[in-house]
Design a protein around this ligand. Structure first.
Ligand SMILES: [Zn+2]
Length: 285
């Protein structure tokens, strides 16, 4: 609970945005959750411990350079050609979440798919009663996104998302697997952060993996990579509260050539559409 910022005297649960007494907007609940003193203090502690260990190894300056790079990182939403076409069609088309597709009846959850079955429970714990408002992305230093979600990457405008976004140490399902958080346990503090503290979170998570100088691609590969042994994609997950449309996007990125001609035709059309909305298009080799 926190006191309403209007001074009306009401106490508001962390997961509530609009004060039910005076209507004051008390900021997005994910941002409020990550701004709790217990969260901030726990991340500060993890961060300074990580820097101390780096100093002992003689890598403190490199770790701080890594942090400076992640402070400038972008949120990338990777998606299929189908979904990219839908979003870039018109400004009234919104990013769709998995939960929204299920509740709208436009997609069936697959009961044999581990992620389909676990994700709703994880989201209920992470975003109590506001999970339907959260859109997901991943931090990137190269504009590459999580390839398992599709070949098109939308690079989101920092201006459009900074005040309503938070970051979590890993993919939220993997995070709960690793921390064995059960349904009644408190969410462990120090593993999520507001957008402006994403560099600190990256240091707390990854500083121990830095043993020598790395270029920007090296930093990116620490932040986001596919582990062929486990099949896992490692990332820092971005949680964006509220609607996103094509104007939330800065850059559309996709392959120079699709293997199938039919897909290439659609991609060419999509590039034309992106240009017509004033977006930048980038092609990957
Ligand atoms: Zn109030």
């Amino acid at each position: 609970m926190t006191l309403c910022t209007s001074g009306c005297g009401s106490e508001i649960p962390i997961n509530v945005r609009i004060c039910p007494a005076c209507g004051m907007d008390n900021a997005c609940p994910n941002v409020r959750a990550a701004s709790q003193p217990a969260e901030v203090d726990a991340l500060d502690h993890r961060y300074s411990e990580a820097l101390n260990r780096a100093a002992q190894r003689g890598t403190r300056a490199i770790v701080l350079d890594f942090q400076a790079a992640v402070d400038q990182s972008v949120a990338v939403n990777a998606l299929s050609l189908d979904e990219a076409e839908r979003i870039l069609k018109a400004s009234n088309k919104l990013f769709q979440t998995f939960a929204a597709r299920i509740s709208a009846g436009s997609q069936s959850p697959c009961t044999t798919d581990y992620y389909d079955m676990v994700r709703p429970r994880v989201e209920a714990l992470l975003f109590p009663y506001y999970g339907q408002e959260i859109r997901f992305a991943a931090l990137s230093l190269t504009y590459d996104g999580l390839t398992s979600f599709g070949p098109i990457a939308l690079i989101l405008s920092e201006q459009a998302i900074a005040c309503r976004s938070t970051v979590l140490e890993d993919n939220s399902v993997h995070f709960f697997q690793d921390h064995k958080t059960d349904l009644l346990a408190d969410f462990p503090p120090g593993y999520r952060a507001t957008w402006s503290r994403r560099g600190m979170l990256a240091v707390a998570k990854l500083a121990d993996q830095i043993s020598g100088p790395l270029d920007r691609r090296g930093y990116h590969n620490l932040l986001l990579h596919h582990d062929a042994t486990t099949g896992r994609e490692h990332c820092i997950e971005v949680h964006i509260f509220g609607a996103c449309n094509l104007h939330t996007v800065n850059i559309v990125r996709g392959p120079k050539r699709f293997r199938r001609n039919a897909d290439q035709v659609r991609w060419n059309d999509l590039q034309y559409r992106a240009h017509s909305h004033g977006l930048t298009v980038e092609l990957t080799p």
